[in-house]
Design a protein around this ligand. Structure first.
Ligand code: HXC
Length: 258
């Protein structure tokens, strides 16, 4: 598939997917989301890639679903095509870690896509919002659910009911983003963090991601049980032997991803 709305590049073991529809502040047209889906699937299947960075421009990560494409749709249109399910959920199916690197606007579906990634590194100019209510709609790609789980009911209600923007500092305070970096350093910093993850044992990073995500799908005792079983399974990997032996021998481990 040739891409027109995104750039997909490899930087060593890091897959970098850049949303690139500047004329619409990276608003999610159907084509753009098809391309994102295709690129994420390819990175996930690529043995050379250990971690993925998903980013936009300095002005906008993404301004949400394409309002011009969406405005005239009827109920039966969106119901029949199961609007957004087709090409919006790949990020939640990817097994390798995905970092959202957010500069500028992450609005509506843009905020929701960032929430589907494993963690968010924000530039100091990042702005998050669920402004759907201001255009006669509501979040439809997990905003009401993921925000409520990640930042709590009060902040989630505030954002979804008022549509207000949250800046990077507030987003870090309430746990929406994991760290803030100067906007000019966002890409380099996100790739550096992704490279650090890609250098670890790949199966262990993937198992760890799966275990953390389980926290949002199950009870505490079931989640802890799941974690214990996965933890036990790590001892079947050569990488566990290599990591612990390297520690004892005071050298850097060399993981073989098996
Ligand atoms: C289509 C969009 C767009 C969008 C911006 N543009 N956001 N086009 N869909 N979501 C277009 C504008 O029409 C304009 O093109 C160009 O991008 C630049 O935008 P401006 O508004 O001129 O820029 P600025 O004044 O800097 O304002 C930036 C902005 C504003 C604050 C981000 O554009 C804005 O409020 N955008 C809409 C944000 C929003 O409501 N998002 C939620 C969408 S609903 P032209 O050619 O007109 O000059 C959603 C629901 C998802 O995401 C649910 C799951 C499906």
């Amino acid at each position: 598939m040739a891409y027109e709305c995104i750039l997909a590049e490899k930087d060593g073991e890091v897959g970098v997917l850049t949303l690139n529809r500047p004329e619409a502040l990276n608003a999610f047209s159907d084509q753009l989301m098809d391309e994102v889906t295709d690129a994420l699937k390819k990175f996930d299947a690529d043995d050379d890639i250990g971690c993925i960075v998903l980013m936009g421009s300095e002005k906008a990560f993404a301004a949400g679903a394409d309002i011009k494409e969406m405005a005239s749709k009827s109920y039966i249109d969106v119901y029949s095509e199961d609007f957004i399910t087709k090409n919006w959920e790949e990020a939640t199916r990817v097994r390798k870690p995905i970092i959202a690197a957010v500069a500028g606007y992450a609005l509506g579906g843009g905020c929701e896509l960032a929430l589907m990634c494993d963690f968010i590194i924000a530039a100091d100019n990042a702005k998050f919002a669920q402004p759907e209510i201001t255009i006669g709609a509501m979040p439809g790609a997990g905003g009401t659910q993921r925000l409520a789980r990640f930042i709590g009911k009060s902040k989630a209600m505030d954002m979804c009911l008022t549509g207000r923007m949250m800046d990077a500092q507030e987003a870090e305070r309430c746990g929406l983003v994991s760290r803030i970096v100067p906007k000019g350093e966002l890409r380099a910093e996100a790739i550096k963090v992704a490279r650090q993850i890609a250098d670890f044992s790949r199966p262990i990073a993937m198992l760890t991601k799966e275990a953390v995500n389980r926290a949002y799908e199950t009870t505490l005792s079931e989640g802890v049980r799941f974690e214990r079983r996965v933890f036990h399974s790590v001892f079947a990997l050569e990488d566990q032997k290599e990591g612990m032996t390297a520690f004892i021998e005071k050298r850097k481990p060399s993981f073989k991803n098996r």
